[in-house]
Write a protein that binds this ligand. Sequence first.
Ligand code: 26V
Length: 801
Amino acid sequence: MKDFDASGTLASAIDFHLAHSVGKTPDSASITDWRLALSRAVRDRLITPWFDATHQTYAKDRKRVYYLSMEFLLGRILEDAVNNLGLEDEAKEALAAYDVDFVDVVGDEPDAALGNGGLGRLAACFLDSLSCLGIPAHGYGIRYAHGLFRQSFEDGRQMEMAEDWLRHQHNWEFERSECLYDIGFGGQVTENGKSAVWTPSDIVMAQAYDTPVPGWRASWTNTLRLWSAKPRQIFDLDPFNRGEYMQAAAPEVLAETISRVLYPDDSTEIGKELRLKQEFFFTSASLQDLMRRFLAHNGDLRALPSKVAIQMNDTHPAIAGPELIRQLMDVHGLGFDAAFDIAQGTLHYTNHTLLPEALEAWEVSLMGAILPRHMQLIERIDDRLARDVKASETGVNTHIVDNGKVNMGTLAFTCARKVNGVSALHTNLMKQTVFSDLHAVYPDRILNQTNGVTPRRWVHGCNPGLRNLLNDTIGTEWVRDLEQLKRIAPLADDPDFCQRFMAVKQENKRRLTDWVSDKLGVDIAPDAMFDIQIKRIHEYKRQLMNALETAALANAIRRDPGAAWTPRVKFFGGKAAPAYIDAKNIIRLINDIAKSINNDPVIGDRLKVVYPPNYNVSMAEILIPAADLSEQISTAGKEASGTGNMKFALNGAVTIGTLDGANVEIRDCVGDDNIYIFGMTADQVEGAREGYVTQNYIDQSPILSEVIDQIRTGFYSPGDPTRHWPVLEKLLRDDYFMVAADFDAYWDAQRKVDEGFADSDGWARMAVLNTAHSGWFSSDRTIQGYADDIWGVSSLLEDDK
Ligand code: 26V
């Protein structure tokens, strides 16, 4: 056994860690053991860059960014770290010497699924870009013991199981047992002269766990700090001394509940006490931590806005407004007005949805019971808003506390220096709808920062074939400067390049075909069009419209199997919130439709439907590079941005979509000829609401009528004809997302897609141009926008140039 030499080869470090960290010999090591050894060996390489970055940040004392997010949907970490550090060849070779396959080893890692969907994945892409750009930043969130539930299907129905990502050692974090803060809940507030004293009835502790986040080639490395709840006191000693051990352990169990599990709701209403506690828990800990760091170098609290920029990822950390004011007043002795101005100069808020059911509002009674001091401060912030409203002479009527509820969007807006939307359309809708009153009072506050995705994970990591082709064609700088992709645009007219580009796509499709056969036992043809819709299941995303179109296409094929059909495989992927019954009904319908179509010998390979369970980041990394067609078909005005849409376009898939969210900007970038846009615009959707009758649209569409009749009569649920009636009932009663109104336009667009795909040269050209013109959707561009327009921070890497 060799001794460890930090400057030695990766192979020797793996050997060392297999023995000394994992406690195994090569001949007894499992894939997991090799993964743990490799993770340690790779992590070692992050330490020096991490210390260097931290050191520089302290030495230069420039403004820092704190990104507060309830969710970080990281996915797997090891392969990403290997790629960032450029260790891929070395790692492969080192493992191959023991006959161990690198792909198996990195594939053994469970996803860090500390998020629900778009919002959490965006936070993960932002961490990557902050490090890549060399901006000193911390991500702050919660170290959930259980991430997003695992999904399986039983008889086509979604089943949920607890997720357990920490069961094996988690090798990427450093436990900071000394980094602890008290977090209070409940109790009383007593006025003491001009200051207030809050005496909480319960206190739990927040303990930090740090994960280094390396940028490209680790030229800069930031920190993700996640908080875990710990009891202040492990045992209640009275019951313990009486021998009542279970009861004595109750405080420990209760405290740890706070960080036990991620709420699986995504855009649906919940008003749970535990959720509010989670929000306050991580927000308060993060603010205490960053204030401690600030005060270690600065005596003057008024300098806070010049040294610190805090971003609130949606309203989940919106209690940061009152909590920062509380700390400034009750801990540091400032008056309300001074505290408010400092807090407001430091805080920024991103809105991610305008759906009314997803806008957080807490009962005043709940807020007052759990956070009595904050409730008082919220009233004072509301007075301040009232003052500004009056001064603005706009005549608008807007309040934070309204109808017995604390409107967290209004609170976040009032406490923020800048408020941003996540696509051009969404930002305009913010101004016109939910935030129109506040926009009238504060006309310079709202701005747009269109979302983006990290090219490191979403091209370089997940699509090695495309990575190599790009490297051969335009060099390697595109990884950090994605606009370089434009340089392949002229090659869309070069048959040789198009052929190489489509060969990469074909190889990715073959990889997916093998995966589907292996995991699901379904055989699909890799030369069929791969048509993919992967995202959370929600009515506004209209998976139902896709499912109905699938069933209609099956009918058309059955009627005329000899016609020149463009073979398709339709992929669905996504989870429904466990309590979202309407979404779960749609899942079951999709699975029933899939079963029927896949077993119909008349249809054969002309159409297959695949719905792999438990869609997650790692599954997206296999599906997206293999896509020909990207489904982005939400009701216009409802999808704030979308980020999957960007990943698909970058990887050379053509979009079929509505003019919603960032689809609008994708169309602007790739051009009308390289995207299939259909359906009503956001304005038309609102115009169509009055007097909307679903049945009228169904009556006008023989294609849709036939499918609805089949579902009604049990064609897709033989022996159980009423099974899918709830879906139909909802559609007929309240087609709020206008599936019926857009159906025919969607059908027609799909038939144009069929024609387009049949022309393989034309399709290849479109695919190449999608990749070429998607450079703008890099999260590096997004983060540079936040840095310039919102935070006022700059890269520390620039200093070395
Ligand atoms: C909302 C709620 C509401 C109550 C309970 C728990 C919970 C958890 C998460 C959310 C957030 C939903 C908002 C969201 O994820 N929005 C998505 O954000 C993406 C990134 O900006 C964007 O691309 C998607 O279009 C948008 O739907």
